[in-house]
Design a protein around this ligand. Structure first.
Ligand SMILES: [Fe+2]
Length: 466
């Protein structure tokens, strides 16, 4: 015979509506756990791309070039190269087998076209007349430079291919004798949507732009979407030791490089501190002080001026990073005589007048901070009196974020000479004392065209003093 259980130990029966509430709560928790597990699985799977990846070029210098590619099996890669596609007399072999391949060719001649073939020990992977690169000219050489800029290019969709196709057509119609169609491919960040996974880099960046990447070195800026995963710094080899010129930064987040007569600085406006005295700003000051190239171009993701799909007047937008750029980065660049500043993040096109000393919100912009073009015909022409780089003679601030997607925005920032809700890409030519830039839309139109000419002392300089 069992003892009777005291009444106090019997669980009281819950009222019916409480039980229903518990059932609903348990179901919601279960669904949240399942969703979380699904997201985790998605992140894990998307973080590893195990397919093939065609060759792309990194860390160019007048005497060296890095080739990267990926294979599905672990293989020992061999790069053969030479001055003719059928005479690849030199070769470099990897020491270890692997799926991710990186080979640096050195001892090259400046300003020279090399053909290459990539092989594993068993078979040929990439070969033929389409596989070549040009080494950059010696630093300081007055060789014409052409760069193509893609803004926020990594949203995999057919319209990014149209943008690329229009640019390719323009390049073919405007060739440079004895030179490649262009020398450098630069992005303004957000190279893979939505989360910068390895898989998304393949679909949104490496596949659509493969025909350019195998011939032209690419310099991708670090955007906020790239920063959502860890693939970005695995996929690209940045010159933290000054491999491509400039002062070694010791980090892949920011660095500089030289091409001919142009000094480029690429900054991290996404994750690095932009406080006064921070490591990036200290490096930037030192790098700029040590560079005497006549042209200076800066690139980073967050624009100092935009009324597009982001608002540079709102401190709550993008964690205040557009304020940090404007207040702390711009004075250093302008003091060093920057000519062109390229950003993205807003998914449209905005281009300022030649301007300087504007570090506040748009309402604080003064007319004397801007220099109007000499003429405003099809091609807006801006003049800088000094032949080289002189502090505070004005820069063009350009927002390009619409190479793969277009968003809405008021497009009324008063610093902008041109604001267009158009998809497209930018081509920039620098030749001697002249810079020409054109914005080509996906509809095949040149929606903006401007030039900067240096060294006309008859022109009054921008009256701008910080
Ligand atoms: Fe962005």
């Amino acid at each position: 015979m069992t003892d009777a259980i005291p009444d106090s130990q019997i669980a009281p029966k819950l009222p019916r509506h409480w039980r229903w509430s518990l059932y609903i709560l348990a179901t919601v928790v279960l669904l949240m756990v399942l969703y979380g597990l699904g997201r985790l699985g998605h992140v894990a799977l998307g973080s590893f791309y195990t397919g093939e990846r065609g060759p792309y070029l990194q860390q160019p210098s007048p005497t060296s070039m890095t080739l990267r590619w990926q294979t599905t099996e672990a293989e020992t890669g061999v790069v053969r190269y030479g001055l003719q596609p059928d005479q690849l007399q030199w070769q470099v072999e990897e020491k270890q087998p692997g799926e991710e391949h990186e080979v640096r060719l050195s001892g090259l001649e400046p300003n020279t076209r090399y053909f290459y073939a990539i092989e594993s020990k068993e078979k040929s992977l990439y070969a033929g007349p389409d596989f070549w690169f040009f080494t950059p000219p010696s630093v300081g050489k007055p060789v014409a430079t052409r760069l193509v800029v893609l803004g926020d290019p990594g949203y995999a969709n057919p319209r990014q291919l149209v943008v690329q196709d229009v640019m390719q057509t323009w390049l073919e119609l405007n060739p440079r004798p004895d030179r490649p169609a262009f020398d450098l491919l630069l992005t303004t960040g957000d190279n893979a949507y939505r989360s910068g996974t390895n898989e998304q880099f393949q679909a949104g960046f490496f596949e659509p732009y493969a025909s350019w990447l195998r011939n032209v070195p690419v310099w991708p800026v670090y955007g906020n979407h790239d920063a959502r995963r860890w693939a970005f710094f695995d996929l690209f080899s940045f010159p933290l030791d000054g491999e491509s010129g400039g002062l070694p930064s010791g980090t892949e987040h920011y660095y500089s490089f030289d091409h001919g007569q142009v000094h480029f600085v690429v900054l991290d406006s996404t994750a690095s501190s932009m406080d006064e005295g921070s490591a990036m700003l200290r490096w930037l000051q030192e790098d700029l002080a040590g560079s005497h190239q006549p042209w200076l171009i800066a690139a980073f993701h967050h624009p100092p001026y935009t009324h597009g799909s982001h608002n540079s007047d709102s401190r709550g937008d993008s964690g205040g990073r557009m304020f940090d750029v404007r207040e702390n980065i711009l004075p250093l660049l302008e003091q060093a005589g920057v000519d062109l500043v390229l950003s993205g993040h807003s998914h449209m096109y905005e281009r300022s007048h030649l301007m300087g000393c504007h570090y506040g919100k748009s309402e604080t912009l003064q007319p004397q901070m801007m220099q109007q073009p000499v003429h405003k015909d099809e091609n807006a022409l801006y003049i800088k009196p000094a032949a080289g780089r002189v502090a505070n003679q004005g820069a063009i601030y350009l927002v390009l974020g619409s190479s793969s997607k277009l968003d809405q925005g008021p497009l009324d920032h008063p610093a902008m000479a041109v604001s267009e809700g158009e998809m497209g890409a930018l081509v920039v030519d620098i030749n001697g004392s002249r810079l020409d830039a054109r914005f080509l839309t996906d509809r095949g139109m040149i929606a903006d065209s401007f030039a900067i000419v240096k060294g006309d002392t008859t022109v009054t300089p921008l009256q701008c003093a910080p």
